[in-house]
Design a protein around this ligand. Sequence first.
Ligand code: ZN
Length: 281
Amino acid sequence: MTQNDFIPRYRCFSLSDFHDFDHCIFRFFVKHHLGKKYELEEGSPNQALGSLLDLTIKKIHQNKLYHQPIEFLINLVKNSEDHMRGKAQKDGPYSYFGPQIKFLTPELIKKTQSVIQSYIKTLNGNWQPSISDKTFWQEDVLGSDGGLIRLWGGPDLIEMGKDNTPEIIDFKYFEDQERGKGYLDMDLMPKLYFLLTTAELKRLGFNKARFKLRFWQDALDESMYEEFSIDQEESFKSYFKSRAEVILRTTELSFCEKAYCPVCQNPARTDWQKQIKAEFF
Ligand SMILES: [Zn+2]
């Protein structure tokens, strides 16, 4: 990273940052501006299961293991578990995998393996190969104040679709499928994930793409997608720039006051309020 690449954390935004801001401005500021995201994260068995699934499917695609025996592919879950444990050990408890480690029980590993097994069986060899090895995405947008705003995060994979249109893929696992599908954000997520992958799509010579969700428990459901043309890149850049600038212009906190909000209900609430005011407003 060169010095020019340095963009302060408060000017970097992921999809979940935009969601947090929409749900509770105070929660957003504490997690994002004060950097307490992982400290507040409690983790859950489902989140740990989702991480194992994501790591495993990426490994299958990156190494083009499509024709390996199913037992071999299922066993990759163990490698994913080792990867999570290793990362958490290195990065500490307040890191992406940190809060998930306590849920990595033998039962959860078995459950993950059975989800992967039935996914692969349903797929029946009809893998769409991935066309990019990138797994982390970021895009910088020039803000109205002349400073850069960074968008980051992004989808799991880019696959080649059956009609030769690249497909920007994000996998979802839900304990309750119908409920989970009902809560999906098909507004911001497709736009942001498309924007984050446009540089790579252009590098690969494509001028259109399809954002598509894949469901672990429903491998054949391809109903949730949106098509994009590279021409839309600039309009999405200005869309996310203005979303980010609404956040950057905010100088007043508001509180969702929901019983489940870990930030509004936190004993440190008053201290955090003071800290945000002192540092950012
Ligand atoms: Zn709240």
